[in-house]
Design a protein around this ligand. Structure first.
Ligand code: BGC
Length: 424
């Protein structure tokens, strides 16, 4: 059921998408036809994301001299375009040699649909079995087999600020509670900042809502929403949606047309004070030469680390499995993880990569990761399957226009009932 629905959506979307989406990679998807070519499919096309990919490609160039990297990137934050193109290629039996997939429920989609190969033997051969934290390995494993190699750990619940804009409104320290945050957003409005909180479309709205849910419900109840034991119909959820509605009043009205980088630009240009975004923003701001930024965990999230992990797979039917294996070995290596993560804003998934040489943000994140309470993210695949993510995204997109609290809650509850663990 899940397979056919996902494929049907992909098939409809693909034609339109190919006509409208400009691929910013140096090579069009699917052009990796030479025997040595390894087509690596990601959505890391620009800024810090491209810089991270370039770091990995440099190590691949040294370690895998027999093979040639072919860039199959399709631009669009969080894979908003790439995932549709990928689904269509998988359906047509023309997979790239490897693709980026989030650890957790999203990866399970590909495993359950029999689209990726078992890599358990490579884990033994390359000494990866003990290189990653056990919890992460669990998220990559189905029925005792491991299907992908993680490149990193990202944190989703980070609040980025423009220090100059904040200082002008008298804010020198980020709030640590939701009430304090609302008070600061009011201060910013009073100081003439038209958009205290920059926001983008669908998945970025899901991120903001989730950060707020973590503050309102706490990590246990937040986790319960995704693992099938929570209640989407309760009054605590209603109260959270009302707060989210209030939060939207501080954001830009054209949010539904913005990718995360457009919202980020508002912050860089001093048109907005804050943006909630994953820590790929650290790398992207650095890559764009913007230094005047602050960061803190979203107000009220305390020591919760909302995690997600990019991993790479060997698709069934890949043209160059040997080349893919060399890519995957590079991704899993300490050198590959160091070069990639220094530039990507994330931290190594391996536990043995020294923190020296990492930017200050990642050093802080590495420390937090060791002691924090972990929760997953739906828009970044660690909490929910793509079908569920799509249903939440549509519900929030509608809410962004009509602000109907009861309708959003009802849509979220029915999405959980249809696509969540209880439905399996
Ligand atoms: C990915 C990150 C990426 C971000 C924005 C997330 O889903 O895991 O690697 O930087 O989307 O595109």
């Amino acid at each position: 059921m899940r397979l056919s629905r996902r494929m049907a959506v992909a098939a409809v979307a693909f034609g339109t998408l190919m006509a409208t989406v400009a691929c910013t990679s140096t090579d069009e998807p699917g052009t990796g036809t030479g025997a040595k070519d390894v087509e690596v499919f990601t959505w890391w096309a620009d800024g810090g994301e491209k810089a991270g990919l370039d770091g990995l490609v440099a190590v691949f160039g040294t370690d895998c001299k027999d093979f040639k990297f072919v860039n199959g990137a399709v631009a669009g934050g969080a894979g908003s375009n790439a995932k549709q193109v990928l689904a269509s290629r998988l359906q047509q039996g023309t997979p790239p040699d490897t693709f980026q997939a989030h650890a957790g429920a999203e990866l399970s989609d590909y495993i359950n649909d029999d689209q990726v190969e078992d890599l358990s033997a490579q884990y033994g051969e390359w000494g990866l079995t003990n290189a990653f934290p056990k919890g992460l390995i669990d998220n990559l494993t189905v029925a005792g087999k491991i299907y992908s190699v993680p490149a990193n750990i990202h944190r989703a619940n980070v609040l980025w600020g423009n220090k100059t804009v904040l200082a002008k409104a008298g804010i020198t320290k980020d709030a640590t509670t939701l009430d304090g945050f609302f008070a600061d957003l009011d201060k910013l409005k009073a100081a003439g900042v038209a958009t205290p909180l920059a926001l983008g479309k669908d998945w970025t709205q899901q991120m903001l809502f989730e950060a707020l849910l973590i503050s309102k419900l706490g990590p246990e109840k937040f986790n319960a929403l995704w693992n099938g034991t929570g209640d989407w119909t309760g009054t605590d959820l209603t109260a959270a949606i009302n707060d989210y509605k209030k939060l939207l009043t501080y954001t830009n009205k054209d949010r539904d047309t913005f990718d995360w980088t457009d919202a980020e630009k508002m912050l860089m240009d001093g048109k907005a004070a804050y943006q909630l975004m994953g820590d790929w923003e650290a790398a992207d701001l650095d890559a764009k030469g913007f230094k005047d930024y602050s960061y803190s965990v979203f107000p009220g999230n305390g020591n919760v680390f909302q995690w997600l992990a990019d991993s790479f797979v060997l698709p069934k039917g890949a043209k160059n499995p040997d080349g893919t294996k060399c890519w995957l070995k590079t991704v899993g290596s300490a050198a590959g993880q160091a070069e990639f993560n220094k530039k990507k804003g994330s931290i190594p998934a391996r536990t043995d990569v020294p923190a020296d040489g990492f930017p200050a943000y990642q050093q802080a994140a590495m420390n937090d990761w060791k002691t924090a309470t972990q929760v997953p993210s739906c828009p970044h695949g660690s909490a929910c399957a793509q079908t569920w993510q799509g249903a939440v995204g549509s519900a929030q997109g509608k809410f962004s226009t009509d602000g109907d609290v009861a309708a959003l809650q009802a849509a979220l509850a029915s999405a959980a009932a249809e696509f969540g663990p209880k439905a399996k």
